[in-house]
Design a protein around this ligand. Structure first.
Ligand code: PAF
Length: 290
């Protein structure tokens, strides 16, 4: 695995791969890699060569008072996880490479960026869209891989790619969970003792809604109430939102129809976690994917 630190070198390597007619796969990350990230890398390796992984803790997607400084940085460990998978390139630029002095241009995907995560974390998706556009322009991948745990992020990136006519196909991969259901996240490293146990409330809330859907419930308010009941029972958990939205528009729905997402965000102690569940209408009813 070659470690690339500069934008120019990454562009040159990517240009050479493309002109050889190769299918470039790209997995953008902020490091502190876990099995969720590695599942994206494996998906990329099934379809592409070379595969580029990026590690960049993007300052512009963190708000004031958020965990930018504290965000886990484990570069050596991350390299040790990627090496055995035979990743071709690791792009790990310094912040000054992506945001040199005088940087002024930001990307805003309107309409999708203001709700849910965007309401709780103003400016977050502007930072995400900006860095992802820059990374896609540098790596020029055929396929780029994102996890469904960050469902709103994945939807915003799909919209940006469509709106800006980018030549990358966005692949959204399943959520990877711990054995007790907790969705894998680099922020799980913040959870200690009782908080780690309490954090399963997000998964349990979604699972409660799943049981209701499987029993025939289609009313979104009742499903939200089922999720909130689980979250509210957990003293260490403070709910930010529990909502059911249309998976395309991210607008709330009254009744389940077509493809929806049940989304939860909550603080467990001071750690903010998110999780979601996909609800797809089929001829036999709703297919539920946690
Ligand atoms: O999902 C993440 O880890 C980040 O938001 C991303 C896509 C790497 C952009 O910084």
């Amino acid at each position: 695995m070659e470690i690339i630190r500069t934008v120019e070198w990454m562009k040159q390597v990517a240009r050479a791969a493309r002109s050889d007619g190769r299918i470039v796969g790209f997995v953008p990350t902020m490091g502190a890699l876990h099995e969720g990230h590695l599942s994206l890398v494996r998906a990329a390796l099934l379809q592409c060569r070379p595969v580029v992984v990026s590690i960049f803790v993007n300052p512009t997607q963190f708000g004031p008072g958020e965990d930018f400084e504290r965000y886990p940085r484990q570069f050596e460990r991350d390299c040790a996880l990627l090496e055995p998978l035979a990743v071709d390139y690791l792009f790990a630029p310094e912040a000054s490479e992506l945001y040199p002095a005088g940087f002024r241009t930001y990307v805003q995907v309107e309409g999708l960026s203001e709700r849910l995560e965007g309401r709780s974390r103003p400016g977050h998706f502007r930072g995400v869209a900006t860095v992802v556009l820059k990374l896609l322009e540098i790596v020029q991948p055929t396929f780029a891989y994102f996890g469904r745990k960050d469902a709103q992020q994945a939807r915003i990136i799909q919209q940006m790619v469509a709106d800006l006519n980018l030549d990358t196909q966005i692949q959204v991969c399943p959520i990877v969970r711990e054995p007790d259901g907790l969705a894998m996240s680099s922020r799980n490293a913040y959870l200690q003792g009782a908080e780690r146990q309490a954090a399963t409330a997000l998964f349990r809330a979604l699972a409660a809604a799943r049981r209701e859907v499987e029993a025939g419930e289609r009313d979104a308010l009742r499903l939200v109430a089922a999720m909130r009941a689980v979250l509210d029972r957990e003293p260490l958990v403070s709910t930010d939102y529990a909502e059911i939205v249309d998976a395309e528009t991210f607008e709330p729905v009254v009744r389940l129809r077509r493809t929806c997402l049940a989304l939860v965000a909550a603080f467990v102690g001071s750690t903010r976690l998110i999780d979601n569940m996909l609800l797809e209408e089929t001829d036999e009813g709703f297919r539920v994917t946690l």
